[in-house]
Design a protein around this ligand. Structure first.
Ligand code: PHE
Length: 324
C-alpha cells in the first residue's frame, strides 16, 4: 500500500511540466491533508510492532519524495530560464548598434577638401598655437600695424605663443618648406577673443587657400572659386567680389555668395599675395605671384544646411548633431 503510493507519487512528480503542477502534487501527497501525511497520522492506531515497521518505511518515503520534489523544482526552473534566455526569434528585425557619425563641420570640410583636391590642391596643416611671427609678422603685419587690432587675439601665458586668429600662418609655414609652384588648402580651427552671437563664436573653422605660380591672376582665382561653389552648392550659386583690405594681399577682396533667391552672404577674404609675404619666405616676387583666400567653414556649413546660429556647432547638443 505504501509502496504503491510511492510509485504513484514518483510517476506524477516526474511528469510535472511546471511549478504550479508540482506544488499541487506536493499538497496532494505531503501537504497537511496529503495522502502520505494521512498514512503517517494513522500510525498511532496500529499495534506497536506494525507501527514501528510501517512508520520507518513511511518516513523513508517522505524523505525520498521531498528530495525528488526539490530536484524537480530546480529542473523546471533551469529549463524555464534556458527557454527564456536561449530563445531567438530569427524573423524579428535586428537591433542596430548606435553608430556615431561625423560632425557637420567635418563633413563640410571633407567635401570641400575633395573638390579642391580634384583641382590639384594639396591639404596642408599647421599648429593652433602659433607664434606672433607666423600669425602676424610674416603676413606683413608688424607689431604697430593697425590690422593687428582687426581681430582680438588670445595670447597664451608666456606671451610667446597665441591662438592663431586665422589659418593664414599655414601659408607661411608651407611656403618656407616648399618651392613654388604650389596649390594648397589648409583647413583648421581658429580663435578670436570676441563677444559671441548667432554668427560669431570664439572658435570657428577656416579653409585657407593658396596658389603660387608664374602667371596667376585674379581671373584664375575667380574661376576656381566659381567652380568650387558650383560643385559644392549646385549651379544656382552666384559669387561677387568686393574690394577689401588685408595686409597680406594686394589687391584684397571679400567674397559674397548668393544661393537662389537668398541674400548675399559674406563668406571669405581673399586677394593677390602681397610681395612682402613672398619676400618673407624668400620667394622672388618678380618671378612668382598668386592668390590666397580664407573661407569660413562654419559659414559654409550654415548656408548649406540652413542653420542660423553658429554656436549650435559647438554646443554638443545631440538633438542638433543627430540631424546630420
Ligand atoms: N585671414 C583672413 C581672415 O581671417 C582671410 C584672408 C585669407 C584674406 C587669405 C586674404 C587672404 O579674415
Amino acid at each position: 500500500m505504501l509502496n504503491e503510493l510511492k510509485q504513484k507519487a514518483l510517476k506524477e512528480i516526474q511528469g510535472a511540466k511546471d511549478l504550479k503542477t508540482l506544488e499541487e502534487l506536493y499538497r496532494q501527497f505531503l501537504g497537511r491533508k496529503g495522502e502520505l501525511t494521512a498514512v503517517l497520522r494513522s500510525l498511532k492506531d496500529l499495534p506497536e510492532k506494525e507501527r514501528r515497521e510501517k512508520g520507518k518505511l513511511a518516513n523513508q518515503i517522505k524523505l525520498e519524495l521531498e528530495n525528488i520534489f526539490n530536484q524537480k523544482k530546480s529542473e523546471i526552473r533551469n529549463l524555464k530560464s534556458e527557454v527564456q534566455d536561449g530563445w531567438i526569434d530569427i524573423t524579428a528585425p535586428g537591433i542596430l548598434p548606435a553608430l556615431g557619425h561625423f560632425h557637420p563641420i567635418t563633413k563640410i570640410r571633407q567635401q570641400a577638401e575633395e573638390i579642391f583636391q580634384s583641382m590639384g590642391f594639396t591639404v596642408a596643416e599647421g599648429p593652433e598655437a602659433e607664434t606672433e611671427y607666423y600669425n602676424f609678422d610674416a603676413l606683413n603685419t608688424p607689431p604697430e600695424h593697425p590690422a593687428r587690432d582687426m581681430t582680438d587675439t588670445f595670447w597664451l601665458k608666456n606671451k610667446k605663443l597665441l591662438l592663431r586668429t586665422h589659418t593664414s600662418p599655414v601659408q607661411i609655414r608651407y611656403m618656407e618648406s616648399h618651392n613654388p609652384p604650389l596649390r594648397i588648402i589648409a583647413p583648421g580651427r581658429v580663435f578670436r577673443h570676441e563677444a559671441t552671437d548667432a554668427s560669431h563664436d570664439v572658435q570657428f573653422y577656416q579653409i585657407e587657400g593658396l596658389m603660387i605660380d608664374k602667371d596667376v591672376s585674379a581671373a584664375h582665382f575667380r574661376g576656381i572659386l566659381q567652380e568650387f561653389f558650383k560643385r559644392f552648392f549646385g549651379p544656382e550659386i552666384k559669387i561677387r567680389l568686393r574690394p577689401s583690405y588685408f595686409p597680406f594681399v594686394e589687391p584684397g577682396f571679400e567674397i559674397d555668395i548668393k544661393r537662389g533667391k537668398g541674400d548675399w552672404l559674406e563668406l571669405m577674404g581673399a586677394g593677390m599675395v602681397h610681395p612682402n609675404v613672398l619676400k618673407a619666405v624668400k620667394y622672388n616676387p618678380n618671378l612668382w605671384q598668386g592668390f590666397a583666400f580664407g573661407m569660413g567653414l562654419d559659414r559654409l556649413a550654415m548656408i548649406k544646411y540652413k542653420i542660423d546660429d553658429i554656436r549650435l556647432f559647438y554646443s554638443g547638443d545631440l538633438r542638433f548633431l543627430k540631424q546630420f
